[in-house]
Design a protein around this ligand. Structure first.
Ligand code: G3P
Ligand code: CA
Length: 318
C-alpha cells in the first residue's frame, strides 16, 4: 500500500478473472497490486463466518449437484425478498467445504468458468491468514446482519473477535468494515475501534427499519450523522457522477469529515439482463479505466473493482 494514495479494493477478490470469493480470486488480487481484499461475510449453521456475496449459494457453488443436500432446499424471506434455494445457515462448515465454487456470470466471464469445481468456499480465518501473510488489508462486509441476528447467528461478535485475535482492533489496523445497515455499524462502533464504512446505494434504503433512506443519508445533515459513527462512505459509483460530471458528493462527504470509497468498477455491465448483454463489450477495460480516472479526479479516497490490476494502473496514473 502506498501511503496517501487512493486505495484499490479487490471486490470479491479479482472477481473479473476468477470465480468470486475464492482464495484464488483473493490471491490473484494481491498479485495484481490490490491494497485490500473484500470478503462479503455470511455465517454457517455452526456459526463460522465464510465469504459469499449472499447466503443463498446456488448461483456461486455446485450445491445443486449434491444429492445428499437436495432436501436442504428451502424458501426464505430475507430483507423482504422471498427466495428459494440453498442457504449457508443450513450447512455446517464441514458440509460447505465439500462444495466447490463456480462462476456466477459464465456468459459474461467465460474464462472464469474454466475454474468451476476447483475452489472451496473460504472462511474469514483463511482470508485473514492470506492477507497477513501478504501484507494487504481486508475490507469485510456484513451481509444481512439483522436477518442473521433474528435467527440466532449474529455476525458482529464473531467478526470483532476474529479481527481482535489477528491483532486488529483499532483505526491503525489495515481493516475497514462496511455495511448497508446503520444499526449494524452502530453496534460495531460500540465494540471495536476498526474503521467503519456506511454503504449507500442509488435507490431505496437499508434493511434495518429505523434507518433513514439512502437519499436522506446523502443530505448535509445525513452525512454529518454518518460521521458520528463511521469513518467513510461507500457509495454506489453512479451517485458520484451525472451526465459525465461530478455531482459534488465527494466534496460534500469530505466536508463532513468522511472518506469516500465508491463501488464497483468492472469491465462488463453485469446488471443488464442476460438477453440484453450481447451489445456490451466484455473487454471494455478502456472504458472502465476512463471511468476510474474521472472519479479519481473528483477526489475519491479509494474504490472497489473486480479488476484490481487495471485499478492499480488507473490509481498510479492519476
Ligand atoms: O461492498 C461494496 C459493494 O460490494 C456492495 O455491493 O452487492 O457487491 O456487495 P455488493
Ligand atoms: Ca460487498
Amino acid at each position: 500500500m502506498q501511503h496517501g494514495l487512493p486505495i484499490v479494493i479487490a471486490h470479491r477478490g479479482a472477481s473479473g478473472e476468477r470465480p468470486e470469493h475464492t482464495l484464488a480470486a483473493y490471491t490473484l488480487a494481491i498479485e495484481q497490486g490490490a491494497d485490500f481484499i473484500e470478503p462479503d461475510l455470511v455465517p454457517t449453521r455452526d456459526g463460522v463466518l465464510v465469504a459469499r456475496h449472499e447466503n443463498r449459494i446456488d448461483d456461486t457453488t455446485d450445491v445443486a449437484r449434491h444429492p445428499e443436500f437436495a432436501a436442504r432446499r428451502a424458501t426464505r424471506t430475507i430483507d423482504g425478498v422471498e427466495m428459494t434455494g440453498w442457504f449457508t445457515e443450513d450447512f455446517t462448515l464441514a458440509e460447505l467445504k465439500t462444495l466447490r465454487a463456480r462462476e456466477r456470470l459464465p456468459q459474461l466471464r467465460p474464462a472464469n468458468a474454466a475454474y468451476d469445481g476447483r475452489f472451496e468456499i473460504p472462511t474469514l480465518a483463511e482470508i485473514i491468514a492470506l492477507a497477513k501473510a501478504n501484507n494487504v488489508g481486508i475490507y469485510p462486509e456484513t451481509k444481512h446482519p439483522s436477518y442473521f441476528a433474528s435467527i440466532g447467528l449474529p455476525l458482529e461478535e464473531k467478526l470483532v473477535a476474529q479481527l481482535s485475535e489477528a491483532g486488529w482492533s483499532d483505526a491503525s489496523a489495515p481493516v475497514f468494515i462496511q455495511s448497508f445497515e446503520v444499526a449494524n455499524l452502530k453496534r460495531l462502533k460500540a465494540m471495536t475501534g476498526i474503521r467503519l464504512i456506511q454503504l449507500v446505494a442509488s435507490e431505496g434504503g437499508p434493511a434495518d427499519d429505523a434507518a433513514p433512506s439512502y437519499a436522506a443519508m446523502l443530505t448535509a445533515a445525513g452525512l454529518d450523522d454518518i460521521a458520528t459513527y463511521a469513518y467513510g462512505l461507500g457509495p454506489q459509483k453512479e451517485l458520484l457522477e451525472r451526465d459525465g460530471a461530478d455531482t459534488g458528493l465527494v466534496a460534500a462527504a469530505h466536508a463532513a469529515g468522511l472518506k469516500v470509497h465508491p463501488w464497483t468498477f468492472r469491465a462488463e455491465n453485469v446488471f443488464l439482463p442476460p438477453a440484453d448483454r450481447s451489445g456490451s463489450d466484455p473487454h471494455a477495460t478502456g472504458r472502465m479505466a476512463d471511468e476510474m480516472a474521472r472519479l479519481l479526479s473528483y477526489g475519491i479516497d479509494g474504490f472497489f473493482t473486480d479488476f484490481p490490476l487495471q485499478g492499480a494502473k488507473a490509481r498510479d496514473a492519476a
